[in-house]
Design a protein around this ligand. Structure first.
Ligand code: ATP
Ligand code: MG
Length: 660
């Protein structure tokens, strides 16, 4: 393609001269020339014609002179290269032109050779600039695509979580039902029903999104009292809000406003906004639904006293799949399509939506709909029907928790800690494990961590996605805490990419189960991990030197045992060094130490301390000249007779026999 050059000159003979000089190049389609008589005309032409690659301009012209033109050109097309044509004597103007960004200059009378070289050079420069710009644009586009890709892949992982959780409950409860229909009929049927409704709701939202994308979503306006309708919707949220001890308030300047609206769309918008408000507002908060006239619009607001949204993320939250990741938000829960649908619906109804938020104070979503009265007058559903619809649209879980009070279980059965925020999944887990283990339950990561540290359970089963602290973080912190590092940890994963994250952890979980899992799978895992404990008990049973190991988990427990042993050895001749002293030195509570030691060595703390004393005694008897009484005092026994008895019990031989 010919390179297009704009020539700006008020003298008509210049046009003839240029065409004459470059006739061969024009014929061969190397160059194409366009002509303007002054700066203004040139700017107009440049505005309309994106193909112009460079400018050749005179300086002295009527209307808009060359220097003004150059200044304007710099603003309008900063990358355009301009070559000045001027008389040799006009050096001052040429300097000024160069300072205004002109690329080069030629002097009159125009010399063909010189001009050709200058044009070639300028075109080459223009081409380089174009390519650099193109590369920059590509990079920006590439970044955008990558971001979209990241959001999409997050959507898919979230969706898989949202699907797997109800599926775990459904398939799990079906198993229970099969095993013991009578005991499980009522409970499982309601859980299965609830969870399949959740699935259906999710599918409906995805379908809506799809329909919006392809422009298939239709509006069905009716004309009715929208204020009443809004109050019905809010009322349907009371039980959900009550569960979190959140106050719901309705505020409207007027009790009646008859206008056109699409009830299904309004329901979806307000339901999504209220669900979010409840989801992101801590217990004890307040949520308002407000409605009021604002000139020709109805302004509807959903205001909460929740966690708020960071300012830099406010502009993104209406994007499809976008979710704010903060320590407070329920990590990854939901799919990030709720607000995208809300925004599209509002726009479909020719309304506007915007958000105001302050971190840790609260968020207000506002949307305004034009007030019109042209549709058919028709009453919407009654309160009951609205409540029913809302029920179908919000993710539900069990509202009454199964009582997991004390049972008549044998004391020596292991204690399991279940950490899961979804009540239905929690119930299913408890149904699987009841009667076989002592069960402790936590509803989120932080609570789970507290219980794990205070109670030192024998095994932990934890969900990954939880508010506060997720399963990975919890696992990591418990595994690096000396008090809890030995506890086997099973992670319940639901996201497609959890497993890869899992393998990336230095000290990850001991096992993971992906949802949905069945009862048998769960039990096998638990039994196997509890069995592993026997291996450790053997390792620490003899108190002899520990054989080297590459297993960092075992190394960590070795360190604990070694430092415990050292603490006793450092005080071996002090008969008063007992449980309180060792707890103080190890910074553990009595029961923490007891439970950890029991798990690792199957010995009580006092038994463990005594074993170390006796081990040392055996060593002294074998390697020194000290007599039995002296050895007894040396290892902190006040009574040599008592020493001999316990020694014989521990090793099956008396100290005197060893001495021989
Ligand atoms: P979904 O609605 O698809 O189940 P979601 O609730 O995460 O998932 P959106 O409703 O689109 O998705 O919300 C996007 C994000 O905006 C949320 O993940 C959350 O980070 C933030 N957000 C929305 N509403 C609020 C609110 N009231 N307070 C604080 N953050 C909010
Ligand atoms: Mg939402």
């Amino acid at each position: 393609m010919a390179s297009k050059i704009l020539v700006v000159d008020d003298e008509p003979q210049v046009e003839r001269l240029i065409l004459q000089l470059f006739r061969r190049q024009v014929r061969k389609k190397e160059y194409e020339f366009a002509f303007a008589r002054n700066g203004k005309e040139a700017l107009d032409m440049l505005e309309q014609d994106d193909d112009i690659e460079m400018v050749l301009s005179d300086l002295n012209m009527p209307e808009m002179d060359g220097l003004t033109f150059l200044a304007r050109l710099k603003e309008a097309k900063p990358d355009m290269k301009a070559v000045i044509v001027s008389a040799y004597g006009d050096m001052k103007n040429i300097r000024e032109a160069m300072n205004l960004g002109a690329f080069d200059f030629v002097t009159k009378p125009i010399e063909f050779e010189d001009l050709t070289t200058t044009i070639q050079k300028t075109l080459k420069e223009a081409e380089m600039v174009r390519q650099a710009n193109f590369a920059k644009e590509l990079e920006v586009m590439n970044e955008k695509l990558k971001e979209l890709d990241r959001m999409k892949s997050r959507f898919f992982t979230n969706i898989s979580h949202e699907l797997r959780t109800p599926l775990t409950v459904i398939s799990g409860m079906v198993d229970q039902l099969k095993k013991d229909p009578e005991a499980w009929l009522d409970k499982s049927v309601s859980m299965i029903k609830r969870n399949s409704e959740n699935l259906l709701n999710l599918v409906n939202q995805i379908l809506d999104l799809r329909k919006l994308e392809t422009g298939q979503l239709e509006l069905h306006f009716i004309q009715d009292n929208i204020i009443l309708y809004l109050s019905y919707i809010l009322e349907s949220f009371h039980s959900l809000a009550d569960q979190k001890n959140i106050k719901l308030l309705f505020e409207s300047e007027q009790s009646e406003l008859v206008m056109d609206y699409d009830p299904a769309k309004i329901l979806r918008i307000v339901t999504n906004l209220l669900s979010n408000a409840i989801k992101f507002t801590p217990r004890g908060g307040t949520i308002w639904l407000k409605a009021g006239r604002r000139s020709n619009d109805l302004l509807i607001q959903v205001k909460d006293t929740g966690i708020g949204i960071p300012e830099d993320q406010l502009s993104s939250i209406f994007d499809r799949f976008y979710q704010v990741d903060t320590a407070h938000s329920r990590k990854g829960e939901g799919t990030g399509i709720g607000l995208a649908i809300v925004k599209e619906f509002v726009q479909l109804m020719e309304g506007e939506i915007w958000v105001e938020s302050e971190l840790n104070k609260g968020t207000t979503f506002n949307f305004a709909l034009p007030i019109r009265q042209t549709s058919e007058l028709k009453a919407t559903e009654d309160k009951e029907a609205v409540a029913q619809k809302v029920k179908g649209m919000i993710t539900k879980s069990a509202d009454v928790e199964e009582n997991h009070g004390p049972e008549n279980l044998k004391e020596e059965l292991p204690t399991l800690l279940i950490i899961e925020d979804n009540p239905d999944v929690r119930q299913y887990l408890m149904a699987c494990l009841k009667g076989k283990y002592h069960l402790k339950v936590a509803e989120d990561g932080l609570q789970g961590e507290k219980i794990a540290i205070s109670d030192i359970p024998d095994l932990i089963i934890s969900d990954v996605m939880m508010p506060g602290k997720d399963g990975f973080e919890l696992c990591e912190s418990l595994k690096t805490d000396q008090r809890t590092s030995h506890i086997p940890f099973i992670l319940l994963t639901a996201k497609a990419d959890d497993e890869s994250r899992l393998s990336g952890l230095k000290r990850g979980a001991d096992a993971y189960l992906s949802k949905p899992f069945n009862e048998e799978e769960l039990e096998i895992r638990i039994e196997k991990l509890l069995d592993n404990r026997r291996m450790l008990q053997q390792r620490y049973g003899s108190l002899e030197n520990l054989s080297p190991t590459n297993d960092i988990a075992v190394q960590q427990e070795d360190e604990f045992i070694v430092s415990l042993r050292q603490a006793v050895l450092d005080n071996i001749d002090d008969e008063n060094y007992g449980i309180p002293e060792i707890c103080r030195d190890m910074a553990l509570s009595r029961s923490q130490l007891h439970r950890k030691l029991k798990a690792l060595t199957d010995k009580s703390t006092s038994h463990f301390i005594r074993s170390i004393r006796l081990q040392k005694a055996k060593e002294l008897l074998q390697t020194t000249d000290l007599n039995v009484s002296e050895v007894a005092y040396e290892v902190g026994f006040r009574n040599p007779r008592y020493f001999s008895t316990t020694f014989s019990e521990e090793f099956g031989v008396s100290p005197n026999e060893i001495k021989k």
